[in-house]
Design a protein around this ligand. Structure first.
Ligand SMILES: C[S@@+](CC[C@H](N)C(=O)[O-])C[C@H]1O[C@@H](n2cnc3c(N)ncnc32)[C@H](O)[C@@H]1O
Length: 256
């Protein structure tokens, strides 16, 4: 990651380099939005509670595993510390959803559900399907959704390899997807290509941890070079892709 971060520092730009009106507006007003809402405090208070929770659960891991923990027993506070995206990224997803108003959202990798709650509160008309392989973790997420009155979330428990094709078959189009589950090359590409079958010109896909490992870095290169992807934005910890037609294919590396 250090090597990739140094490359990112060298290549990344700010708004002064942006000639695309779509990306300029997105970067200055949405990605760097300064809007702070009371719901953010509520979500962060929930995170603080989880960060103090010493209850132990048994983890079922279908993904690339943890770089830190080697056993499958985990305190909730450890999961809250290592797996949940930081507030900055929860807010980024909130602002993107609030701006694009996607009706169908797939959230791959629920964990304790903090990021899913940010997504849920951004646009009341959206229907969110969040996917989690570990039943014990999903059960804590379920409690968290109830605690913050999130009524537009459905949790799909099971290995995404099996659950994703089934859930995609039930929808006509996928407006927004956040990929934060199995951090390996092959499953990332497979999930991307499956979701792509239901994407439209207006869909937005966000990939987490695009430089977390050599495999994820490679997966991101594959995704951004894909013929259907017209705009990619690398913010280092996450990557955004858009499928808007009638414009040249462009890749951006921007500071966040
Ligand atoms: C990094 S965490 C997600 C964090 C969450 N998006 C957040 O920021 O609050 C990844 C989650 O994906 C789940 N996961 C990984 N691979 C999976 C798979 N193949 N099927 C189902 N769940 C999977 C893990 O159990 C873990 O809880």
């Amino acid at each position: 990651m250090i090597k990739y971060y140094l490359q990112f520092l060298f290549n990344s730009k700010n708004e002064h380099s942006l000639h695309s009106p779509f990306v300029f507006e997105l970067y200055t007003k949405i990605i760097h939005s300064k809007t702070h809402l009371p719901i953010f405090e509520e979500i962060e208070n929930l995170r603080k509670k989880l960060l103090k929770n010493r209850s132990i659960i048994d983890i079922t891991d279908f993904g690339a595993g943890s770089k830190i923990y080697k056993t499958n027993q985990r305190e909730i506070r450890q999961i809250a510390k290592s797996a949940e995206k930081k507030p900055k990224f929860g807010k980024l997803l909130f602002h993107l959803i609030h701006h694009f108003n996607p009706e169908t959202i797939f959230d791959l990798g629920t964990s304790l559900g903090i990021t899913t709650i940010y997504e849920s509160k951004a646009y009341g008309n959206s229907k969110i399907s969040t996917f989690e392989g570990c039943p014990a973790t999903a059960s804590i997420a379920y409690q968290n959704f109830r605690e913050l009155n999130c009524e537009n979330i459905k949790i799909i428990i099971g290995n995404i390899d099996e659950t994703l094709p089934k859930e995609l078959a039930k929808i006509n189009q996928l407006d927004f997807a956040f990929f934060d589950a199995n951090h390996r090359f092959e499953p990332t590409i497979r999930y991307f290509e499956l979701c792509l079958e239901k994407a439209t010109e207006r869909s937005v896909f966000i990939f987490d941890d695009i430089h977390w490992s050599e495999e994820m870095h490679r997966a991101w290169q594959y995704i951004r070079n894909h013929k259907e992807v017209m705009i990619s934005i690398d913010l280092f910890y996450v990557g955004l892709v858009f499928f808007r037609k009638n414009q040249p294919k462009q890749d951006f590396v921007l500071r966040f």
